[in-house]
Write a new protein. Structure first.
Length: 246
């Protein structure tokens, strides 16, 4: 593991730094202890995906064969992102204990809250890349459609992010009255609507366009602006604002 990381490391000073750290990690330590030390001394960015999953698993379930299970999870779900986005039932079916499932959910939620803190620190309308990254992390890998709303104040700062509905693989119900009612309850001046397409194709459907226009019409007389409706796919997104549909 350590030798492979040295080969893949950046040249120059970074390679020298990792080589020095590697020499300081005792070969008499167990694999788990070596992984822990390498993570701390060299940085988590120098671990491969299956090694990160392995550390997460043995931290929450010390008795498990974490190395084999980490490889199996990545093979089963396809990527680290898919593992972290998997539902508890799917993780249980893959052989994870309750403590390991809790660990996966904990890591995911902490990552999302870290990203959400970035959103709170700046006007969202001028922070498209950060917003899209956050929304993608939240719902791009969901197996069903989810409809989310970001409620903004007069300075376009985030008041609250809420999931409004969770539907099927190709549909989620959206109730215009409930959207506007919730905006008024929170004192929001603007909204950013977000939902995902589990198919991976972020092209808006006729229904997507129609429900967006319904919300815009209902919110405008009450002083609430709909800034955008983002549709999140796999590695891509679309903006109804950019498409001239709002």
């Amino acid at each position: 593991m350590l030798e492979r990381n040295l080969v893949e490391a950046k040249p120059g000073k970074e390679l020298w730094r990792l080589a020095t750290l590697t020499r300081n990690i005792s070969r008499t330590l167990s694999r788990r202890d070596r992984l822990r030390q390498f993570l701390i001394l060299a940085g988590a960015e120098n671990l491969l995906d299956h090694e990160l999953v392995e550390v997460m698993l043995f931290t929450n379930n010390p008795r498990a064969d974490a190395e084999a299970l980490a490889e199996e999870l990545l093979d089963r779900f396809g990527s680290l992102a898919e593992v972290l986005s998997a539902e508890p039932e799917a993780l249980a079916a893959a052989g994870l204990s309750m403590s390991a499932i809790a660990g996966v959910r904990l890591v995911r939620e902490m990552a999302l809250r870290f990203m959400r803190a970035e959103l709170h620190s700046r006007p969202l309308v001028a922070s498209r890349d950060i917003l899209v990254d956050y929304c993608s992390a939240q719902i791009a890998h969901s197996k069903v459609e989810e409809f989310h709303i970001l409620f903004l104040d007069r300075k376009n700062a985030l008041i609250k992010h809420e999931r409004q509905q969770r539907g099927t693989v190709d549909h989620t119900p959206v109730y215009t009255r409930e959207v506007v009612k919730r905006a008024l309850e929170l004192g929001a001046s603007a909204l950013i609507l977000v939902h995902n397409h589990p198919s991976g194709d972020p092209t808006p459907s006729k229904a997507d366009i129609a429900v967006t226009k319904d919300i815009v019409r209902a919110a405008a007389p009450l002083g609430v602006t709909v800034h955008d409706h983002l549709i999140i796919g796999r590695g891509d997104h679309s903006s109804l604002r950019d498409l001239g549909l709002i």
